[in-house]
Design a protein around this ligand. Structure first.
Ligand SMILES: [Zn+2]
Length: 177
């Protein structure tokens, strides 16, 4: 199996693990080689991917053992499903359906992957999506939250906040006092 680059290889293996309901840990996670082992230390599942001589494509090596010797746990939570992964998965959905709420994101992930992601992770993922989307509307507005923080740091007793419209996700105002 060959992937176009290291990012594609990482994404594929993460999705594969989430769908197949197991976790892995990274023994090596470098641009030119990935070595992952099953989260159950006694299990012999091991995945080894190495960069080809062309300098970018990544190939699954024969030394990999893709058969689990652990007992598959019927788990519906997976630590591999972190906020960054969720944000990537639902970015298109949030972009095309403006009224998408965090609970919709949670349901979409459950439907597609059968994995139950905690509300705090969902909230973080939703925030990441909002930043990507609002940032693409107008790069200027994405720095507003950061600017208000800077104003507060320089002027500790002042009020400095900014707000967005929760329906359209657009910047609505900045309050400095
Ligand atoms: Zn295993």
């Amino acid at each position: 199996m060959v992937w176009g680059n290291v990012f594609e290889a990482r994404t594929f293996i993460r999705n594969y693990a989430i769908i197949n309901k197991f976790e892995y840990y990274q023994v090596k996670n470098e641009d030119y080689r990935l070595r992952y082992k099953c989260g159950d230390e006694k299990c012999e599942w091991m995945c080894y991917v190495r960069k080809n001589c062309d300098g970018h494509t990544m190939e699954l090596k024969n030394t990999s053992n893709l058969t689990h010797t652990c007992r598959g746990k019927a788990m519906d939570k997976n630590k591999l499903a972190h906020a960054g992964w969720v944000a990537n998965e639902v970015e298109q959905l949030v972009r095309s359906v403006r009224s998408t709420r965090p609970c919709d994101v949670q349901e979409a992930i459950w439907t597609k992957y059968g994995v139950n992601v905690s509300y705090s992770t969902i909230w973080n993922a939703w925030t990441i999506c909002m930043e990507m989307i609002v940032g693409s509307y107008d790069k200027g507005y994405i720095v507003m939250p950061e600017l208000t923080v800077q104003v507060l740091l320089a002027n500790p007793r002042s009020i400095s906040t900014c707000s967005i419209d929760l329906m359209t996700n657009e910047w609505t105002g900045t309050c400095i006092s």
